[in-house]
Design a protein around this ligand. Structure first.
Ligand SMILES: *Cc1c(COP(=O)(O)O)cnc(C)c1O
Length: 372
């Protein structure tokens, strides 16, 4: 038996008939860009998240960079982001010329809100709160700082579709909530897709204009915009997915619970969920200090796939060499990059697959260290 880290075909097969029916409906409609499916999805997604407005876009990265563009956060501005973020978060900031300022993660793998204040100065214009791995940041502390220093807050909810901070759905705390519907995300499309949510009507209108070459009316271009439209096919398929999103999240929670209960290996540290947050388990990320690569190789030899989210922290990536950081500048993020491992976790994962993963991990030993 082989187990993949993620298996999108499994989730698809749970409701394949519904997707095929919707795809045929969109094909037969003769209307493929900005039509009824997009408007309906925008309404349904805003409703699901609990925001007033949603604007469909072409990707999660577009949601991020267009947000900063429309908030006027560009050249000369600094934006605070966690040092263990996905590279797209950082590119969303720097595409407009703003400078990412990194803050170390805490024991919950998200930005350490207690370290943000020390990174704020006159140039700081915004905080990008990345809800990594399916778990909310401490939005109470982040919003308090934003009010104190008059900062914009953009939430990156790409990995957190429908989870909460103190009972409120993420995406609703800051000025803008950004979502990616990349196929592996909670509510994944069958291609690239994304959106923003906001309660600000004027800002929502700006996104609608910007995503369509800066025009509201065909050939009347008011500003220099982009082409970042969510298409009808993805919107239609996302509507089907959204109907099942709660089921998907619940299923992953059950798998996570089983891992907590049944995996017993002293070499492994389980993910911690912050009091006040819940997790939708976009990833089940364990820490394996000192033995991560060994465990990864061992699992691979047994036919079990894993991934590292992420092996190179953004400040050490080639793309950001111009910022002038070196190894040692963000030791916690660097340590995490060396010890995190994302275990298989997907909808449609069988009991047998879960058990094989559990047994295999429980049998992992390193010479000189015995299992308790
Ligand atoms: C996936 C992801 C993105 C980028 O989304 P795309 O749709 O791939 O452009 C941004 N931020 C985070 C945290 C992500 O996981």
């Amino acid at each position: 038996m082989m187990i993949m880290q993620n298996n999108l075909g499994r989730q698809y097969s749970l409701h394949a008939g519904e997707y095929k029916k919707k795809a045929c409906e969109v094909l037969d409609s003769g209307w493929y860009i900005l039509g009824n499916e997009v408007s309906a999805f925008e309404e349904e997604w805003a409703d699901y998240i609990g925001s007033k407005y949603c604007v469909g876009l072409a990707s999660g990265l577009d949601a991020l960079w267009i947000s900063f563009r429309l908030l006027g956060v560009g050249t000369g501005a600094e934006v605070i982001v966690c040092a263990n973020a996905y590279i797209a978060c950082v590119m969303g900031i720097s595409i407009n010329g703003a400078t990412p300022v990194f803050v170390e993660p805490d024991e919950y793998d998200n930005i350490d809100a207690d370290k943000i204040e020390a990174a704020i100065n006159d140039k700081t214009k915004a905080i990008l709160a990345v809800h990594l791995y399916g778990q909310a940041c401490d939005m109470t502390k982040i919003m308090n700082l934003a009010r104190k220093y008059d900062l914009k807050v953009v939430e990156d909810c790409a990995q957190s579709h429908g989870n909460h901070w103190q009972g409120k759905t993420v995406g609703n705390f800051g000025d803008i909530g950004c979502f990616s519907f990349y196929p592996s995300k909670g509510c994944g499309a069958f291609g690239d897709a994304g959106c923003i949510v906001t309660d600000d009507e004027k800002l929502a209108e700006k996104f609608r204009i910007f995503r369509n070459y800066g025009s509201e009316k065909r050939y009347h271009n008011m500003i220099v915009g982009s082409n970042s439209r969510l298409d009808e096919m993805q919107a239609g398929l996302l509507r089907v997915k959204l109907n099942h999103l709660d089921e998907f999240n619940e299923e992953r929670c059950r798998i996570a619970e089983r891992y907590y209960e049944c995996i017993e290996n002293p070499l492994i540290q389980f993910p911690k969920v912050r009091p006040g947050a819940d997790s939708t388990w976009h990833q089940f990320v364990i820490h394996v200090p000192g033995h991560r690569n060994q465990l990864m190789e061992y699992l691979k030899d047994q036919g079990i796939g894993t991934l590292i989210h992420y092996p190179i922290p953004p400040h050490l990536s080639e793309a950001y060499a111009y910022l002038g950081y070196k190894r040692g500048d963000f030791p916690i993020a660097e340590q995490y990059a060396d010890e995190v491992l994302s275990l298989p976790m997907y909808n449609g994962m069988t009991d047998q697959e879960q058990q094989m993963l559990i047994d295999t991990i429980n049998n992992f030993k390193v010479e000189g260290i015995t299992n308790a």
